[in-house]
Design a protein around this ligand. Structure first.
Ligand code: SF4
Ligand code: SF4
Length: 184
């Protein structure tokens, strides 16, 4: 039974002397190639040219702060629990005296990590968050040669983080020494 009309029946006929020179086939191939010179290119010259990104595109995550500059995340873990790819790892800590300007509530994420190689950019973490903390931006995940560089910690996720607040690098290192190797 014929399902589509796209199939072609090919007859293997003997070539005549003109066809056996292969010139008609070469010229028809060149005509197809030349036609493509005048068509709009299907590729973009990234990074000089940027592709159009749909407004609903889900890219790299950001951990938001409130208007006082405090981190919204309270390390409740709902995003990690709801993540279908198990890409999020959190280590919670208690806010110390004098850190009120950094963290919104008494509990905060000392380590917050997303394995971008596991993440499928589904946006469920964003929907699960009760604190308006995690959002997916329209930023494309940059390429890298090292798999470990795809593990994004707070230093890359928290918006506008200052160098003196980059505490999670040490916490992450300690966590892995004590518990496990990064899941890559
Ligand atoms: S976007 Fe989806 S897969 Fe990625 S961290 Fe969030 S919940 Fe997990
Ligand atoms: S990002 Fe939101 S859901 Fe995830 S731990 Fe922080 S407050 Fe909870």
């Amino acid at each position: 039974m014929q399902l589509t009309n796209r199939s072609k029946v090919i007859n293997k006929k003997k070539l005549n002397w003109v066809e056996s020179l292969y010139l008609p086939a070469i010229f028809s191939g060149m005509i197809i190639t030349i036609k493509h010179f005048f068509k709009k290119a299907a590729t973009t010259r990234y990074p000089e040219e940027k592709r159009y990104i749909a407004p609903v595109y889900r890219g790299v995550h950001v951990l938001k702060r409130n208007d006082k500059g405090q981190e919204n995340c309270t390390a409740c873990g709902l995003c990690a629990v709801s993540c279908p790819a198990e890409a999020i790892t959190i280590v919670a800590a208690e806010r110390q005296k004098g850190e009120e300007h950094l963290y919104k509530k008494e509990k905060y994420a000392a380590m917050y990590e997303i394995n971008m190689l596991r993440c499928i950019f589904c946006g469920i973490c964003e929907e699960a968050c009760p604190e308006d903390s995690i959002y997916l931006t329209d930023r494309i995940l940059p390429s890298n040669y090292q798999r470990n560089n795809f593990i994004y910690g707070k230093d890359l996720l928290v918006e506008g983080i200052k160098p003196e607040e980059r505490i999670d690098i040490g916490v992450r290192k300690k966590h892995y020494e004590m518990n496990e190797k990064p899941r890559v």
